[in-house]
Each structure stands twice: as C-alpha cells, then as structure tokens.
Design a protein around this ligand. Structure first.
Ligand code: FAD
Ligand code: SF4
Length: 477
C-alpha cells in the first residue's frame, strides 16, 4: 500500500505529542495532541497492506482500516471520513478511548517487532480534521418513518445516526442534560474532552436528529407514549447498578462510589451545579485508595491525582497482567504518580476519628489466566492507610421496572434477552436494544456496533413495511 513497502523500517511508530506529566496533572485536558497532515500521512504510510488485515477483524465494528490509511496518505480526508463513518458512527470517540492495544493495534502485523500502526490516533485525526474543514455525513430523503431512541450514549447515538442517514426521523430521549451517556458523564476529559461530544451533537442535530434531554422515560414521559408515537423504539439505557462488594465500612464518610465521583468532577468541569446527593469531595492533600483495577478504577486514580491528592493507590486483587483495562491507561496512571498494590483483596474499610482510616486487605494468590480463581493467603493481612476510599468494582444491569411490565424479557442477571440476537430485536415487536444493557458493562466500540446493527435492522424492517401489532399483553400502564 505504501509507495515504499519498507516505509515502516524508516519511520517509527509515533503517537501524537503527549503533554508532559507535570503539565497534564495540573488540569483535565486530553493528554494526547493531534497529528498534523504530514505526520498523519507518514504514520499511515507505515501500513504494509498485509493482505489479511487482522486489524479489521479485531476491530469490533470492522473498520476498513487499510483503506482509510491509504486515503490519509493521499490527503483525501473527506473520502476517509466518509469511509470511516460507513462502519463507525463515532470514529473520533473510538480513536480516543478504544483500548487499541487489545483491539486493532494489538492485531496489527507490525505490532510485535516494529510497533503497530497508530490506527486510533489516525482515526481521530481523520474525523477531527474533516469536521473542522466542514465535512458532514449525508442524509437520505425523508421516508416518513419515526423512531424513538431512549438513551443518548454510544449505543443510542450509533442507532440514531444509522436511522437518520436512511431518512428516518429520530427523536433521542435522555435523562441527562447533555448527550453522550458515559462519554460525557463517566469518562474523564483527559481521555475525551467534552468539546468532542458537543461537536458530534451539532453534527447529529444538523442531520435532523432531535434530542429531548433532561427527560427520563418512565418518569417524565411514559414508555407507552413513546411506543405509541413512533414506528419503532431503540433502548440504549446502559448499566448503572454499582457493585460495592458488600464490603464492611462501605457507608463510612469518606467512602465514594466511582461513577458519582467521576460525574461530580465532570459536572464541575462543565460548569454544571453539583448534585446535592454526590458533591465532589475535596481531595487536596488526602491519601486516596481506589479499589478496583479496570478502566473505571484508572479514571478514578488519575482524577484524584488531578484533584490534588497527596498519594493515590490502586488496589487490585489479581496481578498486573490480569488487569482488565487498557495497558496504555495503566502506564499513564503510573507515569502520573499512582501507586499500585496488586494481589490484595480488600476485607474491610476501617473507621478512624474523622471517617476512614484505611483498608484492611489480605494478600491473594490467583491461578493462571485473567479470570483464574483468587484465594486469600492465610495470615497475610495488612492495613493500607487512607483518608478517602473510592469503590470501582464495576457495574451490573439496572433494568427499569417498566421493561418487564411491557413484555421485554430479561435474563436472570437483568440484561435484556433478545428475541433476534442478530438484529438486536427484543421480545417486544416494536422494540430493539443494544449496548451495555444487552451485553453487560463493556466498551464504547461494542455499544456502537450494537447500536449500528440495530439501526440498520430497524430501517430494514420499516422499509419492508412490516406493520407491527403490539400484543395487548405487552401494553402495560
Ligand atoms: P451509556 O453510555 O451508559 O448510555 C446510556 C444512556 O441512557 C445514558 O445517557 C443515560 O442517561 C440514559 N438513560 C438511562 N435510562 C434512561 C431513561 N429511563 N430515560 C432516558 N435516558 C435514560 N469504554 C471504552 O471503550 N473505553 C474507555 O476508556 C472506557 N472508560 C470508561 C470509564 C468509565 C468510568 C466507565 C463507567 C465506563 C467506561 N467505558 C469505556 C465503558 C463505556 O463507557 C460503556 O461501555 C459505554 O458507554 C456503553 O454505552 P451505552 O450506550 O450502552 O450506555
Ligand atoms: Fe481500533 Fe476502535 Fe477504531 Fe476499531 S474503532 S479501528 S478498535 S480504535
């Protein structure tokens, strides 16, 4: 593909310039800069067009990666943006937050010996540049169909994008004051600046998509009404039941759940008033312990550093190779001064005179593999001192009661059970679903994939003129 197939030997893998550690910990700006055109073309030219693009297969949305790398080499940014959007309704977001080391870049033929092509950064470059130069996605003439999307997270946005492009009028409902779901109210700005979501919102609104925000379906508007007013409905409600490990001491002052903590910080960054039930704690000069080693845990430790904590430790019950999050984020956390305590299982949060005084842990041994059994080592207990403890144990499905009341079947664990898993159709004939509420807490790119597939399936079903009779039993009050 490159004019010189051995270009990768002459040009090394390079990420866009990073903010230095002392600068980045002073604020919440994204830590990676952006490629300029020559750099992007140079990095894209490292692709050897290996003929069997494993990167495409490993990418959950199966992006046409070598093809858009070639367009970047040729400076054809609008064509690259068009192609990127064929498979991915949120390329500029995935380019920033996908764990590329486990996905596309991990599968790049050059990865082991020469360093993978910087696929994520180039994907971000394509769309940021195309938007700045005025490119916008094209939209088909109106079909007269109307679809409601509930949840403006990546699954809902991806579904809305696919529908709007096919001429379907889309209304997206969300209980939050801004679109994005966890992209806005979860993932911190140092990974994804909120202007990126604002730009995407402008683009989506320009495509005719209508957002009804600060509107919780089931509270501010009845689900029945949404179903009755539209030809089809897509659900992308996410998963929000935080796990607390039943840890003794979890209700002490100074103990915080990860997501409310991150949301409080984002609200401050966005200039929104704090939520009375979860104000942002003052971490200046405090010793913070974060329990949990996934992406959420990494976001909490790095946010704590930026909020002025004196010492921040991540406690994880397995070893480092078993950590579920992106390697890149663990490295960034370490570079920013976060300490790690591996093979430590929390047993109890200890009370001190002013709230928390520490966490009692026991050393663990785990059998091989990411999900191997973890067992406590007898007599190996210790206390990690802390003023503040943040619980980042993960999330479980949180289906609202009205789902089951409307004949939308759920699995025993609360995830939505699909009647047609290929097309993301639920057991309600007018309702589709995707993202975390279907597969459990996962990734932005997998939510995007499911929203995209559901959007195409809804459009196909409406095109085919399938009129859907809603069985009386599913129309609950
Ligand atoms: P969500 O993003 O949760 O969106 C659901 C939306 O539905 C929300 O906006 C919510 O307000 C709305 N909603 C819910 N109920 C209602 C209702 N009744 N009425 C109206 N609106 C409703 N993934 C990555 O790939 N990379 C990362 O770096 C990464 N970091 C993460 C960091 C954190 C802290 C967390 C928590 C997750 C992270 N993830 C990351 C995971 C990723 O964010 C999720 O997998 C993804 O956002 C799921 O998308 P979704 O659309 O299914 O749900
Ligand atoms: Fe890689 Fe994610 Fe982009 Fe796919 S969507 S090419 S996995 S960064």
């Amino acid at each position: 593909m490159a004019t010189d197939p051995l270009h990768f030997l002459k040009v090394q893998r390079r990420m866009p310039q990073e903010l230095s550690v002392p600068v980045r910990v002073l604020g919440f700006s994204e830590i990676y800069g952006r490629f300029e055109a020559p750099e992007a073309a140079d990095q894209a030219s490292r692709c050897i067009d290996c003929g069997n693009p494993y990167c495409e297969w490993k990418c959950p949305v199966h992006n046409y990666i070598p093809n858009w790398l070639k367009l970047v080499q040729d400076g054809r940014i609008f064509d690259a943006a068009e192609l990127a959007h064929e498979t991915n309704p949120l390329p500029e977001v995935c380019g920033r937050v996908c764990p590329q080391d486990r996905l596309c870049e991990g599968a790049c033929t050059l990865n082991d010996e020469f360093g993978a092509v910087t696929i994520g950064s180039i994907e971000k470059y394509i769309v940021d540049t195309a938007f700045a130069q005025g490119w916008r996605p094209s939209v088909a003439p109106a079909t007269g169909h109307r679809v409601a999307v509930i949840g403006a997270g990546p699954a809902g946005i991806a579904c809305a994008d696919r529908l709007a492009r096919q001429g379907i009028a889309v209304t997206v409902y969300d209980r939050y004051p801004e679109i994005g779901g966890l992209l806005t109210f979860g993932i911190p700005p140092f990974k994804l600046e909120k202007d990126v979501i604002r730009t995407r919102r402008e683009v989506l609104e320009g495509m005719g998509i209508r957002f009804v925000l600060n509107c919780e379906v089931g509270r501010d508007i009845a689900f029945d009404q949404v179903v009755a007013n539209h030809d089809a409905v897509f659900l992308g409600l996410g998963t929000y039941r935080a796990l607390d490990g039943d840890l003794p001491g979890r209700d002490l002052p100074g103990v915080h759940q990860a997501l409310p903590f991150l949301i409080a910080n984002v609200r401050q960054e966005l200039g929104l008033p704090p939520l009375p039930e979860a104000p942002l704690p003052d971490l200046k000069g405090k010793v913070v312990v974060v329990l949990g080693g996934g992406d959420t845990g990494m976001d909490c430790v790095r946010t704590s550093i930026r909020l002025g904590a004196e010492e921040v430790t991540c406690v994880y019950r397995r070893d480092e190779p078993a950590m579920p999050g992106s390697r890149r984020e663990v490295k960034n956390a370490r570079d920013e001064g976060v300490l790690f305590r591996f093979n430590a299982q929390p047993l109890e949060i200890l009370e001190g005179p002013e709230g928390v005084r520490g966490v009692r842990v026991v050393r663990t041994a785990a059998s091989a593999g990411r999900r191997g059994d973890v067992r406590a080592v007898d007599g190996a207990e210790s206390v990690i001192e802390a003023d503040v403890v943040i619980l980042a144990f993960g999330f479980r499905p949180s289906p609202p009661a009205w789902l089951a009341a409307h004949g939308i079947a759920l699995h025993a664990d609360g995830k939505v059970a699909l009647a047609d898993p290929q097309r993301f159709r639920t057991t309600h004939p007018k309702v589709w679903a995707g993202g975390d509420m279907v597969r459990g807490a996962d990734l932005v790119v997998t939510a995007v994939y499911e929203g995209r597939e559901a959007g195409d399936a809804i459009a196909a079903s409406l095109r085919a003129g399938v009129t859907v009779a809603v069985p009386a039993a599913t129309v609950a009050a």
